[in-house]
Design a protein around this ligand. Structure first.
Ligand code: G6P
Length: 609
């Protein structure tokens, strides 16, 4: 979603804000802007426009001086991307500047009220309301933080905000409610941002604000308080992600860098979690003893986008290894259908960012009804991680490209660990436990083997990317692989891709098959191999082309386009079958000259409904 960055200190703010915004651009990228204030000089300097951060940086004049500033990169929700709708937004007197992530739900009502009082609006955004509200409350010598508190009391909705006051450049006020704000502590300088990505170049000491909290940030420190002006105590924590992880490190795109990082990411997800002695997984963060783990009769997995598809693979693993009925559902649907929450169901929320609003809302709905929720989350200390009763951190490292790859694979590996653990408190034998543990340990090396085929996969991608659409089919274990493969292709290459269970093809979509619509068939060498070959035969009989991803080369009559992946244990094979589909989507997007890391209309963390 949108990104916020703020700086206060002895240096010029503008270059630091622009650098921070570039780091946040993966979150939203249709427009960007900055505002700075300097001691002793009247007025704010503001530059904002439609387009990328690089365009903004090019248009900021050299004399854009001031040691206090705020910046924003936007992903439009209220009003189209335009110069006027870009943040920061100002009040009528241009004394206050506000940047905002989230949605003000009563913006229309507040706008009408302010207009009736004579306020003139310059944009269509909900954020501009905040700038005018702060100005309206900055009367009778009120401090900036008091004006912001009073303004926020009138607001319904979600926000992470940073507010700059031309008359008080010794401070920035930030606030959080449903959209993250983190403070960065430097040497005689302070930072604030919506995401640590913007800060790691300057400091590793951070403070996460809680919902309902505000902070006054000065060059020499900060204070935090609630909406009712009660002071809160905060302990700084140290970010363990390296600055280098936020660079493409010589790769053409973050996406291919992150695909390539998967062996190391999986090693970190597994690190210290396999218990050889008892052929199980050791997951301290679950906060659950064996008796409690045994008591669950069902598992329900919730996530959005790729996190949901990873959850589908997770459900499959839990059912296979623990023989507990398990099901994944999009969190965005679940939260709105008044779900039945059962005491003997274990709920598991999946999120790379830990911020996806629909997933967070689903977690809150489960908790409100007394259910127990675990999180499978990448970002330590994120909103979803904090809301859950326990869980598993992926430790996959930061994922910057909008399309999820290494977090996807690490999530499925985390589910394999959860399933192994649940299996071993149920009826999974020590021998089967040891078999899965060995399979997990083999994964990093086997993923490397798949990555070595990049050149051949790129050639296939160039061949198939010419088509307007592609079908992806798989059965049972291969079905979520097909879904994620189709998702990856459509989100970054814009080639229409539809996933179907191979078993359902003949019940409808077979009508679409023609030489113009090729099919990617996921065909592991398992008990369904023959059935999958029959499906491929049906496609070939309709003159459809087939690209097969599997373990064995079929007779030439089925297809000659085959990507072979190493065999692991059947339960873990979906992980390896997914990797070539990531490379296929990546190279299709490159062949079509798409903006791989920043696909149109999408954002990395969707922190609004
Ligand atoms: C967005 C992204 C997807 C991602 C989904 C869930 O839609 O574009 O790539 O899978 O959010 O994100 P999360 O951070 O919750 O895993």
């Amino acid at each position: 979603m949108c990104g916020i960055v703020a700086y206060i200190g002895p240096r010029d703010a503008a270059p630091i804000l622009l650098e921070g915004l570039a780091r946040l651009e993966y979150r939203g990228y249709d427009s960007a802007g900055i505002a700075v204030a300097a001691k002793g000089s009247a007025g704010l300097k503001v530059r904002k426009q439609k387009g990328r951060v690089a365009d903004l940086a090019a248009s900021v004049p050299a004399r854009f001086k001031g040691g206090t500033g705020i910046g924003h990169t936007r992903w439009a929700t209220h009003g189209e991307p335009s110069d006027a709708n870009s943040h920061p937004h100002l009040d009528g007197a241009e004394r206050f500047a506000v940047v905002h992530n989230g949605i003000i739900e009563n913006a229309d009502e507040l706008r009408a009220k302010l207009q009736s009082e004579g306020v003139v609006f310059r944009s269509e955004t909900d954020t501009e309301v905040l700038a005018h509200l702060v100005a309206a409350h900055a009367v009778d010598g009120a401090e900036l933080e008091d004006a912001v508190r009073a303004a926020l009391k009138r607001v319904v909705g979600t926000y992470g905000i940073a507010v700059l006051d031309a008359e008080r450049p010794d401070r920035i006020v930030v606030a959080r409610n449903g959209s993250p704000i983190v403070l960065g502590i430097g040497e005689k300088e302070m930072f604030a941002a919506s995401d640590v990505a913007a800060l790691v170049r300057y400091t590793r000491q951070v403070v996460h604000l809680d919902d309902g909290e505000l902070a006054t940030v000065r060059a020499d420190g900060f204070s935090t308080f609630t909406q009712d002006a009660r002071i809160t105590a905060k302990e700084p924590s140290t970010v363990d992600w390296e600055e280098a992880e936020y660079d493409t490190a010589g790769h053409a795109h973050f996406l291919i860098k992150e695909i390539t990082e998967q062996p190391a990411a999986v090693e970190r997800t597994l690190s210290g979690r396999i218990d050889e002695r008892f052929a199980t997984a050791h997951l301290g963060g679950l906060n659950m003893d064996a008796r409690e783990a045994r008591a669950f009769r069902r598992v329900k997995i919730l996530g959005c986008g790729s996190a949901y598809y990873a959850g589908e693979m997770g459900a499959q693993l839990v059912e296979e290894l623990a023989r507990i009925p398990a099901h994944a559902e999009p969190a965005s649907e679940f939260r709105y259908r008044n779900p039945v929450i059962e005491a003997d169901t274990l709920y598991i929320a999946v999120s790379q960012s830990g911020e996806t609003y629909d997933t967070l809302a689903a977690v809150q709905e489960v908790k409100r009804k007394g259910g127990r929720v675990l999180g499978v989350v990448n970002t330590v200390g994120s909103a979803i991680a904090r809301e859950c009763d326990g869980g598993v951190y992926l430790h996959a490292g930061p994922e910057i490209s909008v399309a999820s790859t290494k977090a996807f694979v690490s999530t499925v590996v985390a589910f394999a660990l959860i399933a192994l653990h649940l299996g071993r408190v149920h009826d999974l034998s020590p021998a089967d436990g040891a078999r899965i543990a060995a399979g997990l340990k083999a994964l990093p090396g086997q993923i490397r083997e798949v990555l070595e085929q990049e050149k051949e996969i790129a050639a296939l991608a160039a061949k198939y990317a010419r088509h307007e659409g592609m079908m992806f089919v798989g059965r049972v274990r291969g079905w979520p692989v097909a879904r994620e493969g189709a998702q990856k292709l459509k989100e970054i290459s814009y080639v229409h891709a539809e996933a179907y269970p191979a078993s359902e093809l003949k019940h409808g979509p077979l009508a679409l098959i023609s030489p113009e619509l090729p099919t990617v068939a996921i065909v592991p060498d398992d008990e369904l191999l023959e059935k999958n070959l029959t499906t491929m035969g049906e496609i070939r009989a309709r003159r459809g082309q087939v690209l097969m991803v599997g373990h064995t080369r079929p007779e030439a009559k089925f297809t000659e386009d085959v990507i072979l992946v190493p065999r692991n244990e059947p339960e873990l094979d979906p992980i390896l079958l997914t990797v070539p589909l990531q490379l296929l989507a990546y190279h299709a997007a490159v062949a079509l000259e798409r903006d791989v890391d920043k696909p149109r209309n999408l954002a990395k963390s969707v922190t609004v409904e």
